[in-house]
Design a protein. Structure first.
Length: 323
């Protein structure tokens, strides 16, 4: 039994024969293979076996969409909105979503959620949800009902199939690795998966925190089962040139036992409520990490806790190059 062209191209990539694989895929895309165009786009997005080229990836995505690849359409919408491979263009991304929604129920549901939000022409919230001070040292602010129940469900749903045992950043190597301090499962919603609903929520976080959306790392979802926890830690990264200046936590559900967010130095314990968010500043005025922001996710005693985290850097970050 002979391999299909896609299977043959994948075999060539796995073997390291990138030139032959790309040539085969380009011939397939030119002949009308949506799968070939999509695989080319993914190769250039990942930058694993070829040099990362976001603009070229976008061109191959467009070809796949024109042929009729549904997943390519959703990925193109995400990249159009967040400015990967071309300047960010919310209006064009929204128009592409409206077009996709005519035939794709996933796109239609995203469109429904977006139309329930009060957004301007750039996707920013027209009003910033008010926050309630919890602590001044460290500075902690709570935002009641920051996400709606439908928005919380969407965030959790995007990552459901991506969840894996959580990791932490190694202070020596700067790379992510497993560590017993953190026993949850997690998944980051990278730029290729940042659909317009996620993008709008990230813009809401930026507005509430007084930062630019480009300063935020990928929205990360954590799932804690009974007995799982995140032991006391700082969110700052040792030696980082572009430090995590703030953290936004959004509780995606309620009805479980335990799972409180505890700040021992400030004697503050926050009981999660679905849709609520807390924002805390990780740095002192001089830019050094503030030890008072040391916090823990206490063990879950029953049920399952879902949490979304957005770490906000002091300066703009490139989501394609972060570890």
């Amino acid at each position: 039994m002979h391999d299909t062209p896609i299977a043959e191209a994948q075999r060539l990539l796995d073997r390291g024969d990138t030139v032959a694989a790309v040539a085969l895929l380009e011939r397939g895309a030119a002949a009308g293979s949506a799968e070939a165009a999509m695989l080319l786009a993914v190769c250039y997005l990942r930058g694993e076996r070829v040099w990362r080229d976001l603009a070229r990836a976008r061109a191959h995505l467009r070809r796949a969409v024109e042929i009729g690849h549904v997943d390519a359409a959703l990925m193109e919408i995400a990249l159009t909105a967040n400015g990967s491979g071309a300047p960010a263009d919310w209006a064009r991304a929204f128009g592409l979503l409206e077009l996709a929604a005519n035939a794709d129920p996933v796109a239609a549901e995203q469109l429904r959620l977006l139309r329930a939000m009060d957004l301007d022409v750039s996707g920013m919230p027209r009003t910033v949800p008010p926050g309630e001070p919890v602590s001044t040292a460290p500075r902690i602010t709570r935002f009641p009902r920051f996400f709606s129940p439908a928005e919380c469900a969407h965030v959790a749903g995007v990552t459901g199939a991506l969840l894996a045992p959580a990791r932490v950043i190694d202070p020596v190597t700067g790379q992510w690795r497993a560590h017993p301090v953190r026993t949850s499962d997690d998944a980051a919603i990278g730029p290729a998966q940042e659909d317009l609903v996620i993008r709008a929520l990230n813009l809401r976080i930026a507005a509430a925190s007084g930062t630019r959306v480009e300063q935020g790392e990928a929205l990360t979802v954590l799932r804690y089962r009974p007995g799982q926890q995140f032991r006391p830690h700082l969110d700052t990264i040792a030696g980082a040139a572009n430090q995590r200046r703030a953290t936004m936590l959004v509780y995606l559900n309620e009805g479980y036992g335990g799972g409180e967010t505890h700040f021992p130095n400030a004697n503050v314990t926050i009981t999660p409520r679905g849709g609520d968010a807390i924002l805390f500043e990780n740095l002192r005025e001089d830019g050094r990490p503030d030890p008072a922001t040391r916090h823990a996710g206490l063990p879950v005693t029953q049920g399952v806790k879902w949490l979304a985290t957005r770490w906000i850097r002091a300066q703009v970050v490139d989501p394609w190059t972060l570890p």
